[in-house]
Design a protein around this ligand. Structure first.
Ligand code: SF4
Length: 202
């Protein structure tokens, strides 16, 4: 089975995992997992935007807290807080090691907070390009690859955007105040990694 070693290692850390061929299959499986009566928080993710998961969930009746749909800074703040206490949380991650670590960089920290505690269940969606061999490679990917591209997407201009690598800046444009490694789950029924066999996000 493709991704077998990764799936075995995630399972050994109390994290479930499923594989999907493409975005369409992933959306189908995610919608099947989440009842339409439940609340869903959404972490900012290029992959989730491409899947259009927030609009699909809202279209069938779920209450969705997605900060990227806010119109004002106050709404952003409110949606970030509300998404911490939802039934489900759906997010991407910045790198996954075949050893089973989920490595994340985060600006204000709301996304990693929800991944760690709050929502009853968490779905982490990854494209195959997020998978690397070891924890060190995953940390390297998050810091020296994903951080700058996330900064660009969010309209920030930290040094890594120009230098091409992290310089451990203290810039006010810094986008990675939080580096979080998820090693596993206490509750074996809480977290599910959805692996999509496509290149998605950065
Ligand atoms: S510390 Fe600064 S330079 Fe390094 S990844 Fe973060 S924002 Fe970029």
């Amino acid at each position: 089975m493709k991704y077998q070693k990764l799936i075995e290692n995630l399972n050994s850390r109390n994290i479930k995992a499923i594989c999907c061929n493409d975005i369409k299959e992933a959306n189908y499986k995610i919608l099947d997992m989440i009842a339409s009566s439940l609340t869903v928080g959404i972490g900012n993710s290029k992959t989730l935007k491409k899947m259009d998961i927030s609009n699909i969930l809202m279209g069938r009746g779920n209450i969705v807290y997605d900060k990227t749909l806010a119109k004002t800074d106050e709404q952003v703040k409110e949606l970030k807080k509300k998404s911490l206490l939802t039934d489900w949380y759906i997010t991407g991650t910045n790198a996954v090691s075949v050893e089973g670590h989920l490595v994340n960089i985060d600006h204000s920290g709301n996304r990693v907070a929800a991944m760690i505690y709050g929502p009853d269940k968490v779905i982490v969606v990854i494209g195959k390009n997020k998978i690397v061999g070891t924890l060190e490679e995953a940390k390297e990917r998050a810091r020296n690859h994903a951080a700058a591209l996330n900064a660009k997407r969010a309209g920030y201009n930290p040094p890594c955007l120009n230098v091409g690598t992290c310089v451990d800046c203290r810039s006010i444009e810094r986008v990675c105040y939080n580096h979080v490694i998820i090693e596993g789950q206490y509750d074996p029924n809480r977290m599910i990694v959805v692996i999509i066999d496509e290149e998605l996000g950065f």
